[in-house]
Each structure stands twice: as C-alpha cells, then as structure tokens.
Design a binder for this molecule. Structure first.
Ligand code: DP6
Length: 311
C-alpha cells in the first residue's frame, strides 16, 4: 500500500473545451498555480475487490472507474481499495478533482511499482480530469495539449499568496466536463475563445518569467472574464456566480485600483480567488471578510506537486 498527497491548482490562463476524440485532452494551453493548505490524501491498498471511499463514504465514480480501467489496459493491476479524504469541500469550484486524481495516480504508481515519471503520471491523471495533470507539479505549471504538463517556475522563485473567498459550499449544478462540452457545441464565442487563448498563455508565461505582477494580473483577469463570457454565451447559459462572487470581484478591483497588488480569478464555481503579493495578503483577506456574501476566507501559499508520504 502507499499514501500520496496532492493539492488543487487554479488556472490563471484557463482552458474550457476538449479536443475531439479520446484522451481527455484540453483544446487549448493553460497555466496554473498549485495551492498549499488545501490537501487531498489518498491511500491505495491491494484488496480482494475494487472499492472507493471519499471522506468516509463509499462511492461509485465513473471517472475513477474509467481511469483504473485505462490503467489496467496498460499494466497488470490487482483489485484495489482507494481511500481518499480532503480538508476542503468537493465539487464546489475548489478543484477537488484535480488534487484527487493527482493523488490517486501517485498512490497507484507507488503501490504497484509502476515506475512512472511525473510527466507520465500527469498524463494519466489528465484522463481522470484534465486540470489534474497540473497538480503533479508545484508552483507555476503549464498544460500544453501536445506536450502535457510541465513546471514553469518553482514556488520559492515567486512566492505569491492566494486569499480564497468562499461564497457558497453548494455542489455546482453543471459539472465542468458537461459545461465545457455544452460551450463547445453551442456558444457563438467558442471560435474566438480558441483563437485568443494561445496569446494569453504566452503573455502569462512571459509575465511569470519576468515576475511582472501587473502584467500577470491583466492577463489572468482577462482570461477569467473571457471564460465566464463564454459560459454565459452557452445555451442554456452557464452562470456559476452568485451575489457574493460579484461583491468580491468589485472589492478586489477596488483594492487593485488603489494600488494593492492583487487580482481575481474564478473557475466553474462561485468562489473568488484573490492572488496577491505577500505584503498585501492581510489587507485583501480583511477586505473580503467584511463582505456579507463571503462565508469565510482561506489564506494559502503556493504548494508542491503530488508526492508519496508516510502513512
Ligand atoms: C474552469 O479539468 O475540472 O477550472 O477534465 O472535464 O474534469 P474535466 O474538467 P476540469 O476543468 C477545469 C476548468 C477550469 C479551467 C482550468 O482549470 O483551466
């Protein structure tokens, strides 16, 4: 048996839409930061029959079953018991599937001595959830549709911090998988999204290499708002925000306009993640905590990639 931990990641340049065909490959490149503090811990044991337990409850999960079936086409794997727990809500826009699949593949690799490299583990994790490929690595991480996931910059090289404003703990009504397929097939903006994303990706990579916070802030907010415009233009429209989300966006914009080094990003859910330089974190957390639509705030730094740990 082996135990692995992994952290979620949030994309600063988003992907939304898969390449046609098999393999769960995103259609466009994306760039993320891996978060510390939020952790999924997964244990895999050889067992008499397959089972899955998440946060103490027995579960059937088609994506987990599909990934294990795909691994069994390539490797001889016995039945296994998978036990996973996380210290944050699942399915509420905090990338629990990313840390979940990254930890799972890492634990399976170790338990059954598959000898996979981090990039190979990322490629397997991508089959479970595409953004999970990025959680194999720490700090700043790129996910290229052809080359796969790779580290761009170590977390110590630019230690940004993130304040997460949780505005709802409800599980989202439309999953990312379903939502992005709906956008691909119905949104009149999808072509423009596909064409413009490579530029965002290049700009963000340059900003990270130069540690240019303002340039990264501009590109990341643009990518986020463009993603949500794409979602809104889908039929039926995808609206992941609530009133607290908008208040938090306005608060971050207000701070940024007054010179505080902070920008926002939001995924397929209502939570607002405010990315800041460390000197601004307390100001940002205090401001977001004041908002009536914000249930609580979490402060996290940048995290390491998925790894095996002692039981
Ligand atoms: C908005 O990777 O969770 O967070 O592969 O279908 O599981 P599946 O989707 P997933 O979608 C992530 C969407 C996003 C943008 C991003 O992380 O780049």
């Amino acid at each position: 048996m082996a135990v692995a931990v992994a952290h979620p990641n949030i994309a600063l340049v988003k992907y939304w839409g898969k390449r046609p065909g098999h393999g769960n490959v995103p259609a466009t490149p994306s760039l993320s930061i891996t978060l510390d503090g939020l952790t999924t811990r997964t244990r895999v044991d050889a067992a008499a029959e397959d089972s899955l337990e998440i946060n103490g409850e027995g579960r059937q999960d088609a994506k987990v079953a599909g990934l294990i079936a795909a691994l069994r086409e390539r490797f001889v794997l016995p039945a296994m018991r998978i036990t996973s727990c996380g210290n944050f809500p699942v399915g509420a826009g905090l990338a629990s599937s990313a840390s979940g699949f990254a930890a799972l593949v890492t634990a399976v690799d170790e338990t059954f001595s598959l000898g996979l490299s981090p990039s190979a583990r990322a490629a397997w994790a991508r089959r479970g959830s595409a953004s999970a490929a990025r959680s194999l690595f720490g700090g700043f991480v790129a996910l290229d549709p052809d080359a796969g996931a790779s580290a761009v910059l170590d977390r110590d090289e630019w230690p940004l911090e993130v304040v997460i404003a949780v505005t709802s703990d409800a599980v989202k009504a439309v999953s990312s998988t379903e939502g992005m397929e709906r956008s691909r097939s119905t949104s009149p903006f999808y072509g423009a999204w596909m064409q413009s994303t490579a530029t965002d990706f290049d700009e963000a990579c340059r900003a990270i290499r130069l540690r240019d916070f303002e340039a990264l802030a501009d590109t990341a907010e643009h990518s986020c708002l463009k993603l949500h415009a794409l979602m809104l233009s889908t039929r039926p429209g995808l609206l992941y925000w609530n009133a607290g989300t908008i208040d938090a966006i306005r608060a971050v914009r207000g701070l940024r306009g007054a010179g505080t080094p902070v920008f926002f990003t939001i995924d397929a859910g209502p939570q607002v993640k405010a990315v800041c330089l460390p000197a601004a974190t307390t100001t940002v957390a205090d401001r977001l905590r004041e908002l009536s639509g914000v249930k609580r705030v979490m402060r996290v730094g940048l995290g390491a990639g998925a790894r095996v740990v002692e039981d």
